[in-house]
Write a protein that binds this ligand. Structure first.
Ligand SMILES: Nc1nc2c(ncn2[C@@H]2O[C@H](COP(=O)(O)OP(=O)(O)OP(=O)(O)O)[C@@H](O)[C@H]2O)c(=O)[nH]1
Ligand SMILES: [Mg+2]
Length: 242
């Protein structure tokens, strides 16, 4: 069994991770079948909670006053408009390792987004349930991904800040219908309360194609290990190593 809690881990570069192969060592000493590594990008209007969702998923933390993303210290030279973290989800027979690119939502950085979603196997497009504008922006991100990202990209729509449902401006049903029409995974999330944060990453992990049929895609698990570090957004991921 994988540990069900995030653990402090090592800083690992994207290039180093991409070259890593072999089977996963479980904390109890057992061996898992294979490791699949995928590049995942978060997109959405500024202040919808992209960084907060990543922080919650990777470190189990939430900051009331999260700084707007313009870069993380280690990545500033290579990629000034996104932060890079990794996190691993254990399914029954597969370990899914996400290379997570948390982009800056400010409009002035829009033209740089393709650098991050190019080659991504998964994307989480985030909006704030308190704002129709952010939902409209999420739709334009989905369109852009459908036109310009990898054809098989798994896209999840996250209606974040679900803890503020009393100030809701986007109805659950409206977003769900949109997601259904466009073949997206959909969940309302809260980085603050952790509602559906692990779940949305887990749903993506399950939906991502594994190279071998039946290779753990349907398994349920929530264990994770943690590492974070710098890397190159152009590094490709998505291999399955037996
Ligand atoms: N109540 C509540 N506040 C949230 C939630 N998620 C994020 N926030 C707050 O919303 C603000 C913006 O969050 P960020 O995670 O920085 O948003 P972002 O999408 O990364 O913004 P950019 O980096 O500018 O693109 C911060 O003050 C967070 O504390 C949530 O689920 N609930
Ligand atoms: Mg951010």
């Amino acid at each position: 069994m994988c540990s069900s809690r995030a653990q402090p881990g090592l800083a690992v570069s994207g290039a180093a991770m991409a070259s890593r192969a072999g089977s996963a060592q479980r904390p109890n000493g057992g061996q898992q079948g294979k490791i699949c590594q995928f590049k995942l990008v978060l997109l959405g209007e500024s202040a919808v909670g992209k960084s907060s969702l990543v922080l919650r998923f990777v470190k189990g933390q939430f900051h009331e006053f999260q700084e707007s993303t313009i870069g993380a210290p280690l990545t500033q030279l290579l990629s000034p408009t996104a932060a890079f973290l990794t996190q691993t989800v254990c399914l029954d027979e597969t370990t899914v390792k996400f290379e997570i690119w948390d982009t800056a939502g400010q409009e002035r950085y829009h033209s740089l987004a393709p650098m991050y979603y190019r080659g991504a196997q998964a994307a989480i497009v985030v909006y704030d349930i308190q704002s129709q504008d952010t939902f409209a922006r999420a739709k334009t991100w989905v369109k852009e991904l459908q036109r310009q990202a990898s054809p098989n990209i798994v896209i999840a729509l996250a209606g974040n800040k679900a803890d503020l449902a009393n100030k809701r401006m986007v109805e659950y049903e409206e977003a769900q219908a949109y997601a259904e029409d466009n073949g997206l995974l959909f969940m309302e999330t809260s980085a603050k309360t952790a509602m559906n944060v692990n779940e949305i990453f887990l749903a993506i992990a399950k939906k991502l194609p594994k190279s071998e049929p039946g290779g753990g895609a349907a398994g349920a698990g929530s264990g994770r290990t943690l590492s974070d570090g710098d890397g190159d957004p152009r590094a490709s991921a998505g291999c399955c190593n037996k």
